[in-house]
Design a protein around this ligand. Sequence first.
Ligand code: C2E
Ligand code: CA
Ligand code: CA
Length: 245
Amino acid sequence: ERDELHLVYQPQISLNTNCIVGAEALLRWSHPKLGDISPNEFIPLAEESGLILSIGEWVIRTAVQQAKSWIEYGLSPMIIAVNLSAVQFRHQRLPEMITEILSDIGFPPEYLEIELTEAATMKNPVNAYAVMDKLYEEGIRMSIDDFGTGYSSFNYLKKFKVYKLKIDKSFIDDIHTDPEDRAIVNAIISMAHSLGLKVIAEGVETQEQLNYLHTHGCDEIQGYYFSKPLSTEEFEIFAKNEKNS
Ligand code: C2E
Ligand code: CA
Ligand code: CA
C-alpha cells in the first residue's frame, strides 16, 4: 500500500549456450526509516501475519508483467522464476490466482516458473501433489529451491511434476576443495538427469565453481559470478549487452 516493495532480477545462465535463459525475481523492502530490509527478515513475519498472501500475489503479478514488458521491449523470451512461500502453497486458490494473472497479462504459462522449497512441498505432500498437478496442467513449471537442505522423500519427488532442481549454495561454496560437496553435487546432477529434470546451481561466485559445474554436466547457473540481482533497468542493459556480445 505504501509502495515500498520492489523486485530485483537475477539472471540465470545456460552453461551450454552461455545465454540468459531466465531471471529469478527477488523481493526488496525499502523502508523510509530502516532502509533496505532483507527478505530473510520480513518474509517470516509476513508469513505469520498472513500478509504473505497479498504480497505474494503482488510479486507474481509484478514479475509476470515485467517479463511481458521485456518481450515487448525486444529481449529474447526467458523464464521468469518466482519464489513461493509454504503458506501460499497451502492456499486453496493458488492455481486459480496464478492462471488469472497469466490471462490478465497475456503471458505464456510455460515461461513462468514457481520456486518451492522442499519444506513447502513435504509438509503436506498429498495437498502439494494436487496443487502441483493443477499448475502442471496449466503448463506452469515448478522447481525445487535449496535442493538438498530439506527433507525430500524420493518417493514424492518421483510423483511431483517438478521441472528443475536448484542445488543449494551451501554445496557450491567449497566445491573446488571439499570432496563431500563434490560427491553430493555430482549425485544431485546425475539423479536429476536420470529423472529427466534440469539442474541449476545457485550462488556460483567463482570461475573454479563454474568450471567444475560445467565439466560435471550442470545445466544452468545463477550467482554473483555472472551477476547480482539487478534492477529492471540494469537487467535490460545486462541482457542487451549479452545479446550483442
Ligand atoms: P533464495 O530463493 O534461495 O534466493 C537466493 C538468494 O541468494 C538471494 O538472496 C540472492 O540475492 C542470493 N544470491 C544469489 N547469488 C548469490 C551469490 O553468488 N552469492 C551470495 N552470497 N548470495 C547470492 P535474497 O534476495 O536476499 O533472498 C533471500 C531469500 O528470501 C530467498 O532465498 C527466498 O527464500 C526469499 N525470497 C526472496 N524473494 C521472495 C519472494 O518474492 N517471495 C518469497 N516467498 N520469498 C522470497
Ligand atoms: Ca529461490
Ligand atoms: Ca535458493
